[in-house]
Design a protein around this ligand. Sequence first.
Ligand code: SIN
Length: 323
Amino acid sequence: MALAAAPGGLYALRMAVTDTADARLVPVPAAPAGQEPCLITVQPHAGACGAVIGGVDLRSDLDDDVVAEIRRALLDHGVIFFRDQSLTPRQQVAFSRRFGPYSPVPFIEPVADHPEVIAVVREPSERQGFAFGGLWHSDFSFLAEPPTGSILHAIEVPPYGADTIWANQYLALSTLSPGLRATLRGLRGVHSAVNAYSPKMQGIHDQFVGMTVRTSTDAERTQVHPVVRVHAETGKEVLFVNAQYTVGLDGWWPHEAKPLLDHLARHSTQESFTCRWQWRAGDVAFWDNRCVQHMALADVSGHRRYMHRTTVAGEAPIAAPTV
Ligand code: SIN
């Protein structure tokens, strides 16, 4: 795989086509900022983040210009939604790869014959109050190169409930005081999957009926990332900590770090920074893990929810300058 820098902080990736002949593996850059979309429709969904995209069939071989407009909408809104899509795993992988290569998904068994797809499943027998992804997080922020994007496709959904919520982390940062922002710019968060996928969490995962999660001591590893990162495509500063995976602050004692991380967790997920999506079968949500956190609501039991997720590779977060 060759990595080449491109203007505007974007990157171009060229990989050998291996398993899917229909996948095009050169990510398309976003349409220029401020350019009105003309090939798709973009309807804001909430004040803080989220937009509904229309006029596109994700099963088709999308033109680069359409992909560029979708990418622009993602950068502008943090999470975008498509109604009435019906994607096979292969079609979802092909769509996902237009935005970058596959990001490894440790600890979770992929769908049979589709190593780039995981099934996010809740069976009717699973109890209320507990769901995969049910705490605020940015997907796999414990990796050295956390994924850029995640694409979740609803195949079967309950008649009500089991919504997903996202929170805008640009807003989370910009609404902090100048003093706290200046302090945070010099800090590095310690990220780990220890409270999600280490063996001590096996009891929780045993409650999943529909998903196979492999806990491992690998989850105890830590990875340090800037608390304030610069988004590689928008160039804007954004808060990058989350309650699920940020377990400390580099160089701080745990009892010093916890109050600050707790404060940031509450602040960054307050209602006015969020949007909420009520799923219908056929919906696709595509979010940018660099600038939104999300959580699944575990408010319903007695109904099946079955989704496919693909995950787009990212880059090591860039630290914001300290002055
Ligand atoms: C996830 O965190 O990827 C799952 C979100 C959801 O199931 O709504």
